[in-house]
Design a protein around this ligand. Structure first.
Ligand SMILES: Nc1ncnc2c1ncn2[C@@H]1O[C@H](COP(=O)(O)OP(=O)(O)O)[C@@H](O)[C@H]1O
Ligand SMILES: O=P([O-])([O-])O[C@@H]1[C@@H](O)[C@H](O)[C@@H](O)[C@H](O)[C@@H]1O
Length: 366
């Protein structure tokens, strides 16, 4: 029986839908496993949204061997294994040694189909597959149930070597997603991925955000483009930077910030993520400071007032000050980040998974 007291404890209705499988990430350097972590863009994005107290729903599939405790319970596919990626960081050894890593998909869980999505409406949808699990019909369904859909191009253009699973990229025009582009809100691409699409063509249909590692990002839309400044970071592991960028970006949009301010928040969370190995743990004091700064910014310039259909592109006054305030918040916690490194100055490459102490299967059994 539902009583009045239940109402006061209701969980806020999720307004962001994240779609993409969780995976097991194995980080390898010089033939040695230097870290294992929960991975998948959805896990990095959920970590940012949870940290920033933005309610979200997450649709991810995992297999019987899934070994992490997570806030957002995935769909368990008992007959399947969890998607696994091996990330090789010994650049120069491989043909494409100019990349910061070579990724291999060594296990694959089931794709996410339209019927796996909730029967509800969302302000923002995030199509963030990593292993080819998002199908064109799944993205189409997301477009139907979400006001604005943000897509990571890695969900659309990844192809996998038939023998060893090495990730290769194909041109966006050769995929079954091209016709859906005019119906999405934002396409996020890294500089490396940008050469697999025609940015000039796609920006006429949707906002294209090109992330540029330590150089921040560039936002392109049909009438203009804008560089968004980065935050200084001591990079330990680039994994998940783009995912956390998207987490920060959608947080900003959810709070009613204009696109340039939201992209700044994306750069901020991207920079925090590269400073840790695997899935980052955000300092709670830092998160509180960031929430306070976002609230302050929100009162300075609220653009959407509940209508997310129209993204606001102009850089509002005070953008640089917002950048400085976030940078100052980050500096404050730098000391504790420094302490998390080992004495040798080497990155603290956890041999155990990040959530090792609390490992359990997806259905909650130890
Ligand atoms: N070394 C770095 N220093 C500061 N910020 C970084 C660094 N690497 C990444 N970022 C931030 O994270 C975002 C995403 O990183 P990027 O490497 O471009 O994407 P992806 O992980 O998708 O390849 C960047 O736009 C930037 O804001
Ligand atoms: O580093 P990034 O490109 O933002 O995103 C990464 C994916 O490319 C990778 O396939 C996955 O295993 C990682 O967990 C992470 O999601």
């Amino acid at each position: 029986m539902v009583t009045a007291s239940h109402k006061t404890h209701q969980v806020p209705t999720p307004r962001v839908l994240i779609v993409g499988n969780y995976c097991h990430d194995v980080l390898i350097q010089n033939d040695t496993v230097v870290g294992e972590s929960l991975g998948g863009a959805s896990s990095f994005i959920a970590s940012v949204l949870d940290g920033m107290s933005i309610p979200c729903s997450l649709v991810a599939k995992v297999g019987h061997d899934f070994r992490y405790q997570v806030n957002h319970i995935p769909i368990l596919v008992p007959a399947s294994k969890t998607t696994v990626f091996h990330a090789y960081f010994d650049s120069g050894v491989h043909e494409n040694g100019n990349q910061d890593r070579v990724l291999k998909r060594v296990c694959l869980c089931d794709p996410i189909s339209p019927t796996d999505l909730p029967d509800a409406r969302f302000d923002f949808g995030m199509a963030v597959g990593v292993g080819g699990e998002i199908l064109p019909q799944t993205l189409e369904r997301m477009i139907e149930i979400c006001d604005v859909v943000l897509v990571d191009i890695q969900a659309l253009i990844r192809d996998f070597d038939a023998v060893d699973g090495t990730v290769k990229l194909v041109d966006l025009r050769e995929t079954g997603f091209r016709s859906l582009l005019p119906r999405i809100g934002v396409l996020k691409v890294s500089s490396e991925e940008a050469v697999f699409m025609d940015v000039e063509e796609v920006r006429k249909w949707c906002c294209v955000v090109v992330t540029k590692g330590e150089d921040g990002c560039k936002v392109c839309w049909k009438d203009g483009e804008m560089e968004i400044s980065p935050f200084l970071a001591n990079q330990e592991d680039p994994t998940g930077a783009g995912d956390s960028f998207l987490g920060g970006f959608v947080t900003g949009l959810m709070q009613g910030l204009a696109v340039p301010d939201a992209a700044l928040l994306g750069n901020f969370f991207g920079s925090l993520t590269v400073e840790q190995i695997g899935l980052p743990k955000f300092d709670s004091r830092l998160l509180q400071r960031v929430k306070d700064e976002v609230q302050r910014r929100k009162t300075q310039c609220l653009h959407y007032e509940g209508n997310y259909d129209e993204l606001m592109f102009l850089k509002p006054e005070g953008h640089e000050q917002f950048h400085s305030s976030l940078g100052a918040a980050k500096l404050l916690t730098q000391h504790s980040i420094q302490e998390s490194k080992d004495c040798s100055g080497q990155p603290k490459l956890a041999v155990n998974p990040v959530n090792d102490e609390a490992m359990q299967t997806a259905d909650g059994k130890p």
